[in-house]
Design a binder for this molecule. Structure first.
Ligand code: ADP
Ligand code: MG
Length: 237
């Protein structure tokens, strides 16, 4: 699945949150949207997801115009930092949620959930409640829940933001592994330079609603396009 964003702009009142964004995400790549707070990363992700409508411009998903397509028809999975698991549902029920609401056959749901529990290596944890899991385990369940409906595009907004440094590192490796194993096209938002450098195939550096540079981690690091990228990427956390 490829994603293209052409000349997308979005204002909130007088504030230009996205300013003529052009971006192509190649199928199978893991792309990081990196930039300071307020640079428009979440707005761009939400626009691709269909949670915001652009004022102007066009979005295509797999060469199909998706600019005004209903969110449920975009075949997208989400993981958000604050998009918590359902507390009153077990791990199994959480993972099954998207399949249940789509009224999939019981047998298929059961099989799919077991497959996903194995994928995130939480086989013995299916009957636990979220409160009985660590933060890292919970986000692995959130990943499994997003993958249950077999999306071809996975969008993640600061998915590991609330976790401590060691768990973040572990989860970024999980993301990389799941992305590769499930053959996804993934776009994730982060303000963490090191995280972007470590896992992404490509980095999109954003600032004030604009894209400053798109490149591989090495390109962005070795050949920053302008002083903004140089200072933002070069800064020590
Ligand atoms: P980032 O994710 O890079 O921190 P956002 O995309 O969330 O940035 O926000 C970019 C700017 O747009 C911010 O200044 C934010 O306050 C503003 N903004 C985002 N969503 C809304 C909204 N629904 N209404 C008004 N302003 C918004
Ligand atoms: Mg954000």
């Amino acid at each position: 699945m490829s994603i293209t964003v052409s000349q997308v702009s979005k204002k909130f009142g007088n504030f230009q949150a996205l300013d003529q964004i052009d971006l192509t995400v190649e199928p199978g790549t893991l792309v990081a949207l990196l930039g300071p707070s307020g640079s428009g990363k979440s707005t761009l992700l939400r626009t691709i997801a269909g949670l915001e409508t652009p004022d102007t411009g066009k979005i295509t998903i797999n060469h199909r115009d998706a600019t005004h397509l209903d969110i449920r028809k975009r075949n997208i999975g989400f993981v958000f930092q604050h998009y918590a698991l359902f507390k009153h549902l077990t791990v199994r029920q959480n993972i099954a949620f998207g399949l249940d609401i789509r009224k999939k056959p019981r047998k298929l749901i059961k099989q799919k959930v077991e497959e996903l529990l194995e994928l995130i290596q939480l086989q013995g944890f299916g009957d636990r409640y979220p409160s009985q899991l660590s933060g890292g385990q919970r986000q692995r369940v959130a990943l499994a829940r997003a993958l249950a409906v077999q999306p071809e595009v996975l969008l993640l907004d600061e998915p590991f933001g609330a976790l401590d440094a060691k768990v973040r590192q572990e989860l970024r490796n999980w993301l990389r592994r799941l992305h590769d194993e499930v053959h996804l096209t993934s776009l994730f938002v982060t303000h963490d330079r090191e995280e972007a450098m470590a896992v992404a195939d490509k980095i999109v550096v954003m600032n004030q609603g604009r894209i400053e540079q798109i490149g591989t981690p090495a390109e962005v690091y070795d050949r920053p396009a302008n002083p903004f990228v140089m200072s933002f990427v070069g800064e020590v956390n």
